[in-house]
Design a protein around this ligand. Structure first.
Ligand SMILES: [Zn+2]
Length: 468
């Protein structure tokens, strides 16, 4: 980094920078500052008050709006080569930049990326098709592929996933061995934590009620999440290694994570926008579109998630973006078990946090910066190249008009699926421009960069814990 910085500064003193964005409220780690930034070779070269900004080839007036680091969506099912009818690197990455997301961490749906060949193939596909930067999970860990962890970490793919429940249920031994390996070589293990025994038992009680979408939630009670999180944290306490709990949804689950943090276990967690917006009692109205795992929960759980986000018990907000062709949702209109589990989200994270968070005083701007950008960059080993406005960091940023209102419709969605769970909602606070490495990728409703612009980002060791 230091040699790059030196050359950046040398160039800066020689003449104008490539791009200046002025008249912004800059969301820095230290707080909000009036001014602008200058960009050279895709990196932030200057952060200064407007009167001190250099000449530039291109000057953009941010109109007094907030300028924050681009979001890092650390859990998005964007490109699985066996399910390209759902989403692709191109469509999913366009949805990302339209939502202010400048880097996403792809997670496979079915297709493992657990060999060096698979990693190289996926990097090549992404760099050909994605409009923005990306990295990815290896996929679901099992008895066979856990031995690949050190090799994959060396290659920059340092995020692994395990399930305590179907469809990729593994045993506790695999979780023990994966976390032990990770404690030696870095990386993190993300666990989808729901106890399969509880799901089996409660699911079998729902006899004739599967025509009601809410049954999907009632069949997966909170205690399933609580027990699986508790056990995963107990394992991590023994093995060391970074445990990341995927999409926490319940008050009890948050409490377990918080207790783990207080015990000194290296555990972080994430929450999804749909769990911050919708509740279980809306499922029958929303229909089979509202099916995902873990499911929508009670109102008290939603309140607990917002408060956990504000106090730092939840580290980051991720989309768990996993939409599907509408037919796969409609297949569950008579029996919710037949519907695909998953919804859109990569275009909605920032909108939800602005409209439901900032706008309703449930979130501060400094917390927004942490949960959207800085924390995921740290957890996934991308900091400080990503996730922060800092000299020498990649010039990934989004400009937000907090006073603008927008009605959410399927038409504005860049995702391949052509529908959105948020249809018809009016939201206040809109990402109006997104820049990736100094290039404008999204401008007032239009994606302005071509597929192939995105680069793979190797996960470094990071410092993992967010300190929040
Ligand atoms: Zn997921």
């Amino acid at each position: 980094m230091s040699s790059t910085l030196t050359s950046t500064f040398r160039k800066q003193t020689r003449g104008p920078v490539d791009l200046v964005v002025k008249n912004a409220k800059l969301l820095l780690e230290s707080g909000i500052v009036r001014g602008g930034i200058g960009v050279i070779d895709g990196m932030i070269a200057v952060i200064a008050g407007d009167e001190h900004l250099p000449e530039a080839g291109t000057v953009i007036d941010a109109d007094g709006n907030i300028l924050m680091p681009g979001l890092i969506d650390a859990h998005a099912h964007i490109h699985d080569p066996t399910m390209l009818e759902h989403e692709t690197f191109t469509t999913g990455s366009k949805a990302a930049v339209a939502g202010g997301v400048t880097t996403f961490v792809d997670m496979p749906l079915t297709n493992q990326v657990d060999t060096i060949k698979a990693v190289e193939d996926k990097i090549a596909q992404g760099e050909e098709m994605s409009v923005t930067d990306f990295t990815f999970y290896a996929g679901m860990m099992n008895t066979e592929n856990q031995v690949a962890i050190p090799l994959l970490v060396e290659k920059g793919v340092a995020a692994f996933k395990a399930f305590t429940c179907e469809p990729y249920q593994t045993n506790s031994g695999v979780i023990v061995k994966c976390l032990s390996a990770i404690s030696e070589v870095g990386g993190l293990l993300t666990v989808h934590a729901e106890d399969q025994g509880i799901l089996d038992e409660f699911g079998s009680e729902m006899e004739d009620e599967w025509d009601a979408p809410i049954s999907h939630s009632l069949a997966r009670p909170n205690i399933a999440e609580q027990l699986a999180i508790r056990q995963s944290i107990d394992i991590a306490a023994q093995t060391g290694g970074h445990l990341h709990i995927a999409h926490v949804t319940t008050r009890e689950g948050v409490q377990e994570v918080e207790k783990g943090k207080l015990r000194g276990v290296m555990v972080t967690t994430e929450v999804c926008p749909h769990h911050l917006v919708f509740c279980r009692d809306e499922m029958n109205r929303l229909g089979s579109k509202s099916k995902m795992n873990p499911p929508l929960r009670a109102r008290e759980d939603r309140a607990a998630l917002w408060s956990a986000l504000l106090r730092g018990a939840i580290d980051t907000v991720v989309s768990d973006h996993a939409p599907c062709p509408i037919e796969k949702k409609e297949a569950g209109s008579e029996d919710i078990r037949e519907a695909w589990s998953g919804v859109d989200g990569v275009q909605m994270i920032l909108r939800v946090l602005l409209s439901e968070g900032i706008n309703k005083a449930r979130l501060s701007y400094s917390k927004l910066l942490r949960v959207c950008s800085r924390n995921p960059a740290r957890i996934f080993g991308l900091y400080p190249k990503k996730g922060v406005l800092r000299i020498g960091a990649d010039a990934d940023f989004v400009i937000i008009d907090q006073n603008k209102e927008e009605k959410i419709t399927a038409d504005m969605m860049e995702s391949k699926c052509g529908w959105t769970l948020y249809e018809g909602m009016t939201m206040k606070g809109v990402p109006v421009m997104t820049f990736v490495r100094g290039t404008q990728a999204f401008n007032e409703g239009k994606v302005t960069v071509k597929p192939g612009y995105g680069n793979f980002q190797a996960m470094g060791s990071g410092d993992r814990l967010t300190g929040d």
